[in-house]
Design a protein around this ligand. Sequence first.
Ligand code: K7E
Ligand code: CUA
Length: 665
Amino acid sequence: MKRINFFTAATVPLLLLALNGCAPKNPTQAITGDAAEKVYVAPGKHDEFYNFVSGGFSGQISVYGLPSGRLFRVIPVFSQDPQTSWGYSEETKPMLNTSHGFAPWDDSHHIALSTTNGEHDGKWVFINGNNTPRIARISLKTFRTEEIIEIPNASGNHSSPFLTENSEYAIAGTRFSFPLDYSGATVDVPINTYKKNFKGTVSFISIDKEKGSMAVAFQLLLPGVNFDLSRGGRGPSKDWFFFSCYNTEQANTLLEVNASQKDKDFIMAVNWKKAEQYIKAGKGKKLNVNYAHNVYSDETHSSTSTMIKEVLALDPTELKDLVYLMPCPKSPHGCDVDPTGKYIVGSGKLAALIPVFSFDKILKAIEAKDYEAEYEGLPVLKYESVLHGEVKKPGLGPLHTEFDGKGFAYTSMFVSSEIVKWNIENLTVVDRVPTYYSIGHLCVPGGPTVKPHGKYVIAYNKITKDRYLPTGPELTQSAQLYDISGEKMKLLLDFPTIGEPHYGEAIPATLVAPNSIKIFKIEDNKHPYATKSEKDARVVREGKKVHVYMTSMRSHFVPDNIEGIKMGDEVYFHVTNLEQDWDVPHGFAIKGANNAELLIMPGETTTLKWVPDRVGILPMYCTDFCSALHQEMTGYVRVSPAGSSTPLKWGTGESAEAAFGPAVK
Ligand code: K7E
Ligand code: CUA
């Protein structure tokens, strides 16, 4: 077999120069005449798809309509959001708790929409947190984060949160290997003992079919390499998970050179069904860990954070039929499974070809014990035995591959800035289009499901350069929409994105929009500080803590006059929005609060903690323009010196007059 070897170790430094990406020429010529018509969604009309896009270093998810590219919403997940008080309100602070304490930011790369039988079911979006390893689950009824689970024994949760065909598990693979002594203790060793001491893990996070609740079901203890990306199998391969691995050189410094030495790294195949059976058979070792499991409830409108101390782990060097390695050229990034589940595409970002593995051949090679070597106690299957074939000369820097369900694959080429369309069966390149510029992930609606919806491919680009009006040194990140309904891909639209878009998934609006919740029923509100009618509004002092049971209704708060707050108090404004109409939130802010605003949805209760820092009268007001009399939706809090005798009183309108007497002339 002829080996392509022009990217040998000696040429790596040269290649690195090229890795910064090259821009295609004549970017403005690429647009065709009917593009505007194809992306125009007339005023009042709705888009056909929701596009959920990770925010990268923004730690959030942004939601766009397709084909218009219009931004609908930014969903706060791992990062505090002062607009919605996510991570600022007392109810949501526990959601950002971790074993490292309050971690109000993360780096989110990958979206995974829940599937049933491999098809989108419109229930949840999952997203990974890279930095302080976490996975979040977002409800597609409320477009809110409902659950965040920290991943123990992991450092950098990049190959995540991809799902099994029926969303039984979300995956979490460690990007940074690290010293792990398998007891959970922190290990203090020299960094240059990587080869000896550092280990990797992948974790299977179970997902409850009805509620979506997550738990760390088990972990696999693995060699110290970098797990980069992954995909669950489907159809014939549905019991398997595939991971790309780089730095099989086990370098601990200057990885750009030292982790690019070998001609091939690995795709790792994991039989998770087998792992499940071993766990059931009691083969899991208990490891001591400490990780946070945070859950938000739409009933109490509050969240809890629970620390969990134990996890089960399997050692595949002992349980021999769990994990197999397949050689893959060269520093593979993307690892994608086609809709039939028969083919696994490894995208070696330093390779000049794209290897496609055959699941059928993998099974046969495993059965025949067709190994070429062992790596750290794990069998390495022969490359030639598991290979379906190679896409030759696809372009430079292949990263990720999506599928249209018509037998074609679409691979993003970071270095040559293009999308390349190729035939999965015969591995011939059939089309290529430039992207502007340096594409990372790409997305075909339903591309990672067994039934892609097709129609478009969206490029999420790393570099924007001249595509938009300049905005100082930092330019917007950018997505591009291409029509793939014909033989040739056609560029239709550029649209700016939030944060750094890595991966996105798109789903037909018909699977999501009908389930969208409009209000929370006030009678179902089980928040411990809910105030369900204006007559129940009150202020309660408990030592230095003052609880304000407040209601909001167009266009006043009850109470809107409060006296008897003293320096040294901690004041909790528990604001219940009594409205029961769609799209009527009220806001709440008070002068000098070292906090965010509240934005309270109809039927919901949200709490702002406020510690007054001076004596005087402090105004509060509604921040969301809710009616013609929104500017009247205000009030005052009187703060008296510590130890003063100002009595605790409150009211609005008549009740204020009853409490304080008539207005003084
Ligand atoms: Cu390629 Cu983090 Cu999925 Cu970005 S990763 S591009
Ligand atoms: Cu309520 Cu403005």
